[in-house]
Design a protein around this ligand. Structure first.
Ligand code: DX5
Ligand code: ZN
Length: 218
């Protein structure tokens, strides 16, 4: 199933509950929460208190993308706040296997995220334990950036590895995924599509989500 994981980074933070409801009415099925710490990426967003605040306003799964140094220490707080999935960057985890197990032990789906300049092979050892791999198609830190075209081959590469290894993790893609780029990532094998600026727009969110999914599922 091709799913839209809408990134609330592009939403109006003063009206988060309404924004989530609009994207959900348009067919969005996952809430993507971009957590940034000002160290791993040059931007700061939000953390467990915001996850806790949105938990009661939607039944959709909350997919927390941690762009933070030392994610281990925050895993229990995200679980307690109501997160369903937590993804950590391969670039910051010294003991990646342990960190992913920590996420699983807290009852959440574990994801591993890979930046555009990191070789896909870095993930091989952990592929059997992840719920999903998140392929960054921009350098993380900001919404509204331009999709990096090499990401398409990186997704296809992961799909081949999945087949060769007989696994069934999902492939998520994040950054610059919009109406004009979504078809290429779906064709390459992505099935959890993160989109922020392509979805949230005053008065048009529901329509944007619907149109995005129409193209993605064609
Ligand atoms: C970037 C974030 C993305 C971003 C996507 O660091 O991880 O989730 O918000 O935004 P768009 O869809 O605008 O590229
Ligand atoms: Zn993200």
């Amino acid at each position: 199933m091709i799913e839209l994981a809408f990134s609330i980074l592009a939403a109006d933070f003063a009206h988060l509950a309404d924004e989530i409801a609009r994207a959900e009415r348009g067919g969005g099925t996952i809430v993507h929460v971009d957590v940034m710490d000002g160290h791993f990426v040059p931007n700061i967003t939000f953390g467990p208190p915001v996850v806790k605040a949105i938990r009661p306003v939607t039944k959709l799964p909350l997919d927390c993308h941690l762009m933070i140094e030392d994610p281990d220490q925050f895993i229990p707080a995200f679980a307690e706040a109501g997160a369903n999935m937590v993804s950590v960057h391969v670039e910051v985890c010294r003991h990646l296997n342990r960190t992913l197990q920590h996420i699983i032990d807290h009852g959440m789906g574990a994801g591993v995220v890979i930046n555009p300049a990191t070789p896909v092979e870095m993930l091989i050892e952990v592929l059997p334990m992840v719920h999903h791999v998140l392929v960054m198609s921009v350098n993380p830190g900001f919404g509204g950036q331009k999709f990096l075209p090499r990401s398409v081959e990186r997704i296809a590469h992961l799909r081949r590895l999945r087949e060769e290894m007989g696994l069934n993790f999902r492939i998520e893609v994040d950054g610059g995924v919009a109406h004009d780029t979504v078809a290429s990532v779906v064709e390459a094998g992505a099935d959890m599509l993160v989109a922020g600026s392509a979805i949230f727009e005053k008065g048009k969110t529901e329509k944007n989500a619907r149109e995005f999914l129409r193209i993605a599922r064609k």
